[in-house]
Design a protein around this ligand. Structure first.
Ligand code: SAM
Length: 327
């Protein structure tokens, strides 16, 4: 039986990560980042590995030639090994963005971003899966920046970018602390949802809570808008209840001043564990001179994403909306 390129890569990532996990006494995800680095550099970078295992690793690495694989094959195989590692232990807020959502965001980015070259920021870049799913879909020349607070995830993201040959600039920091980056034309983010524990930092934001901890997803929206050029677009994966929480009035006020709601696309509830965990895609445009609101915001209830016929219909409707409304 012929194995697919993705399976072939998966097997090598997995088997070599298992060897390194044991040698380095680390987690599977840490070992995966290490093996990815080795594959990218074409050498074994860890001094601790025994002679026998150096031989075993070399043999496996010699079997793959990354240039024979497409970026999407590499991304998918890497995503599968990360998913395997995340099954061991991962907080819900650290989960990778699923492909179906990444593909939709990529589609929207392509429809809204008409410039041939632009700057793109993902302030919650995680493993880089969402960012590279988008980059692999769009023909534009993109200079991208990823920020992530978790040091294992950012290492996975940086290895992911190297293996797929995407020149992404990464920052390992809290995105709600000052960001030293040039303004961007677009933002994508699968927002971390919940309370932000640093009240002192939150005090710098218009969207801080009057009492107690602020919502990190609100602060992320404000921080992203701050770093976007006037007229730039922002694509967020948000909880469905965003406009219903007790803090929603502040958010509405903020949007009135700073951003236009271009679209709200509700993802199918069956993609999530329960109704309360369901999410939507929010498309914003930063206000600025000459920036006009759409005649009507794009409001979509997405069908089951696995139904090709229904998806096709929805994508055609989105396309029609973009033609009629995008100014
Ligand atoms: N799109 C990512 C991917 O494909 O892997 C997944 C994003 S995940 C839903 C949200 C991410 O936000 C997590 O990786 C989490 O570590 C990160 N995060 C949470 N709080 C943060 C903060 N204050 N600054 C930077 N990153 C943060």
């Amino acid at each position: 039986m012929k194995i697919s390129p993705v399976e072939q890569l998966f097997t090598i990532f997995n088997e070599t990560a298992l060897i390194l996990q044991e040698e380095l006494s680390c987690t599977y995800l840490e070992a995966l980042a290490e093996t990815g680095e080795n594959i990218f550099h074409g050498s074994i970078l860890q001094d601790e590995v025994s002679e026998l295992n150096v031989k075993r690793l070399k043999k496996q690495y010699e079997e793959i030639h990354l240039d024979k694989f497409s970026k999407e094959e590499i991304r998918k195989a890497y995503q599968l090994v990360i998913l395997k590692g995340m099954k061991e232990n991962v907080q819900p807020n650290h989960q990778m963005t699923p492909d179906t959502v990444g593909l939709l965001i990529g589609y929207l980015v392509q429809k809204f971003m008409t410039k041939t070259a632009f700057r793109l920021l993902d302030p919650a870049v995680g493993t880089g899966n969402l960012l590279t799913t988008v980059l692999n879909q769009i023909p534009n020349q993109v200079e991208s920046v990823g920020v992530e607070v978790d040091d294992v995830l950012i290492k996975l993201a940086y290895v992911n970018a190297n293996l797929q040959e995407h020149p992404i600039q990464f920052f390992n920091q809290d995105s709600l602390e000052p960001l030293f980056i040039d303004p961007v034309d677009a933002v994508i983010a699968d927002l971390p949802i919940g309370f932000y524990p640093n009240d002192v930092r939150a005090a710098d934001y218009q969207l801080k809570a009057d009492e107690g901890h602020s919502y990190s997803h609100h602060l992320f929206i404000e921080q992203s808008v701050r770093h976007t050029n006037d007229g730039g677009y922002l694509f967020f994966i948000i909880p469905n209840g965003l406009f219903e929480s007790e803090q929603a009035s502040k958010l509405r006020e903020f949007f009135k001043e700073k951003a236009i709601i271009q679209g709200l696309l509700q993802l199918p509830v069956n993609m999530f564990k329960n109704k309360n965990a369901a999410k939507s895609i929010l498309v914003l445009q930063k206000k600025g001179e000459g920036v006009q609101p759409p005649k009507q915001a794009l409001l979509v209830d997405l069908p089951n994403l696995s139904s090709a016929v229904e998806m096709d219909k929805i994508l055609r409707n989105i396309e029609k909306w973009v033609k009629q409304n995008k100014r």
